[in-house]
Design a protein. Structure first.
Length: 425
């Protein structure tokens, strides 16, 4: 289609055949390259969204134009808002009796808009000012209000993983325990260290391989076959592919003094175990497991989730403050963020370790534990009085009869005292 557009242009009427063929070859090559911009899962979702759009147009008996040619901007906005509502009520979903949440509806409409743009049409969601139209903005807000509060998985305390290892009786259970202990220190996504229901080739985030795990001691690299691998000073994890499109991000963690809750030991145990398997290579996934029947398999996320829930149930809600129904594999990621936050780690460091592009991680942890606001009320009354410097010039001009000048409060605010869990000395 792109070649046809260029071929129809009078601007190339004087070009030679070789010149036109060259630009056409570049156009084809660029189109092939763009195929790698998104993973298969995204392409599939985009195709499904546009299929729903075509079904919508057919349902209203409109077949004149897939891209609403001939409608003005506001008319397109109205039609898109109607399509959004049809998606909302599940008109194109296999589960007709269930309303789709705002995020799903918004994403579906966004995919349709992307198809419009890729076909040289304007974004039908935008108003004449180029902003998201008022109708859809109001619709998204209403859907969010009607959807109610989204239940977040509780952050997992590290003591759960210590208990999990303590209760491990099999090779598989021990392998899972060390895998989760390593994961929580890096606030990993489950799809970075476990096999999920979505095939790896269909998603951007890839499972870590042995080649992505490195160890250092005294400034030098420690080989994976070193018998003292667990005594390394630090472990370095390279995340080659991530959900936020960042590539080859390296995060390192130093060893702790704990014999169990130790990122270096956890990854040393995992790496040494897998290296002992026949046929393992640098490209072997860190979720690889050798079963008792001699079969090499990959540890599945649903199996680990069940194991995690079992341990939480054994510990009990009276100890943890939540039940097995409140947690999932994302609890490991948020648990890592929680542990760092409560230990006084700055938000910028937490973002770096967990590879968050913003302070969004705070949404996972901010309401869960009382420790989050420990000391805040006391810190607030420590600064009962402060002086507004903006009034200095005015007060100086007015109080001409006060030879000693305005009276200032001799108190210097130390911002470090405002940090949570940071007692001033």
């Amino acid at each position: 289609k792109l070649k046809d557009i260029i071929a129809a242009s009078s601007q190339f009427s004087d070009s030679s055949d070789s010149g036109r063929n060259l630009i056409f070859s570049y156009i084809d090559a660029a189109a092939i390259t763009r195929q790698d911009a998104t993973v298969e899962a995204t392409k599939s979702k985009r195709a499904s969204a546009f299929k729903a759009w075509k079904s919508f147009l057919h349902s209203i008996d409109f077949t004149r134009s897939l891209y609403l040619d001939g409608f003005d901007t506001f008319q397109k906005n109205i039609i898109m808002s109607a399509f959004a509502h049809a998606v909302r009520i599940g008109a194109f979903s296999s589960r007709r009796n269930e309303h789709l949440v705002e995020g799903t509806v918004n994403t579906t409409v966004s995919y349709v808009a992307q198809t419009f743009r890729s076909n040289n049409r304007g974004d039908p969601r935008l108003d004449t000012d180029g902003k998201m139209c008022f109708l859809l903005n109001e619709q998204w807000r209403a859907y969010k209000n009607l959807d109610g509060k989204r239940k977040k998985q509780k952050a997992l305390p590290m003591m759960v993983l210590r208990k999990m290892l303590d209760l491990s009786d099999s090779h598989w259970e021990t392998a899972v325990s060390w895998l989760l202990i390593g994961a929580i220190f890096f606030a990993m996504r489950s799809c970075e260290y476990l096999e999920t229901n979505t095939k790896e080739e269909y998603r951007r985030t890839k499972i870590l391989r042995l080649k992505n795990i490195a160890f250092k001691k005294n400034g030098g690299i420690v080989q994976h076959n070193d018998p003292d691998l667990a005594d390394s000073d630090l472990v370095i994890v390279t995340f080659e592919f991530q959900k936020n499109t960042k590539r080859d991000v390296q995060v390192h963690m130093f060893r702790t003094t704990d014999s169990v809750l130790n990122p270096v030991k956890a990854f040393a145990e995992t790496v040494s175990r897998i290296r002992s398997y026949p046929g393992s290579t640098d490209d072997t996934k860190i979720c690889t497991i050798l079963r008792s029947n001699g079969q090499i398999e990959e540890i599945k996320s649903n199996q680990v989730r069940d194991r995690l829930k079992t341990i939480v149930e054994l510990i009990g809600g009276e100890v943890l403050g939540f039940t097995k129904e409140d947690i999932g594999l994302h609890s490991v990621r948020s648990g890592g963020a929680m542990a760092m936050f409560l230990s006084g780690t700055s938000t910028i460091i937490i973002q770096r370790i967990g590879r968050w592009s913003s302070e969004a991680f705070l949404e996972y942890i901010r309401e869960q534990v009382e420790s989050f606001t420990a000391g805040v009320s006391q810190n607030m009354i420590n600064f009962e009085h402060f002086f507004n410097l903006n009034l200095i010039a005015t007060q100086t001009a007015v109080e001409t009869d006060n030879k000693s000048g305005p009276e200032f409060v001799p108190f210097q605010v130390q911002f470090s005292q405002l940090a949570l869990n940071n007692d001033s000395s």
